[in-house]
Write a protein that binds this ligand. Structure first.
Ligand code: COA
Length: 179
């Protein structure tokens, strides 16, 4: 995965009904450690990273790169949205496309926050890089992620085996302006 390309970064914080999408800040460090060390969050993502390693290696404001949004609820981080360029994707249909990923803290699951935040991030992307399709890869066993992908308008391109599990590659076509 590489960075998206020529986007203006960081954008102004993006406000939705309940959330703010913004660039990572130093105060998010503890939440990033929690997110990246969580076995629940990484159940379908190849397992978490050791907490001690994260405590050692995560510096200042972690994960600060174009396309990395912190999702903020009432002033505290509840998740991360990752928009990257799938340059080396193993499936040709996805290679080079913009790629969406999402990780939310378990205490924030089940309230529609991921759907609300991802929809806003996709609107930002459509403005920043008009006309781009977006891809998304998730394990088919990851039911919550599969539901979210469908809700966001991703449709199946193919299923494939990788990392010891069945994967789902979805794509979302660019929204064309109407009238
Ligand atoms: C994938 C993941 C982000 C999904 O989170 P989520 O909270 O289940 O997703 P949503 O935001 O769509 O919320 C789901 C539920 O919230 C509820 N909900 C929706 N809108 C709501 C609202 N406005 N108010 C209250 N509750 C609401 C609904 O019950 C909804 O369930 P439904 O899909 O059956 O309708 C989360 O499971 C996660 O972080 N997993 C670990 C990381 C991961 O696997 N990422 C995927 C690979 S990149």
């Amino acid at each position: 995965m590489e960075e998206l390309g020529s986007v203006v970064w960081p954008p102004e914080p993006i406000r939705t009904e309940r959330l703010v999408l913004r660039e990572p800040e130093t105060r998010d460090r503890a939440a990033f450690v929690e997110l990246l060390a969580s076995p629940e969050v990484h159940a379908y993502l190849g397992g978490p990273r050791p907490r001690a390693e994260l405590e050692r290696e995560l510096s200042g404001a972690p994960e600060r790169w174009p396309g990395s949004f912190v999702v903020d609820l009432d002033g505290a981080m509840i998740g991360q949205i990752l928009l990257r360029r799938a340059t080396g994707h193993r499936r040709p249909a996805a290679a080079g496309k913009a790629d969406l990923g999402y990780l939310f803290l378990p205490r924030a699951w089940g309230s529609g926050y991921a759907a609300e935040a991802c929809a806003a991030a996709l609107r930002w992307l459509a403005g920043a890089l008009p006309g781009e399709s977006v891809v998304l890869t998730t394990q088919t066993a990851n039911v919550a992620s599969m539901r979210l992908a469908a809700k966001l308008g991703f449709t199946e391109v193919e299923r494939f085996e990788a990392w010891g599990a069945e994967q789902w590659l979805g794509m979302r076509s660019p929204v064309t302006p109407s009238g």
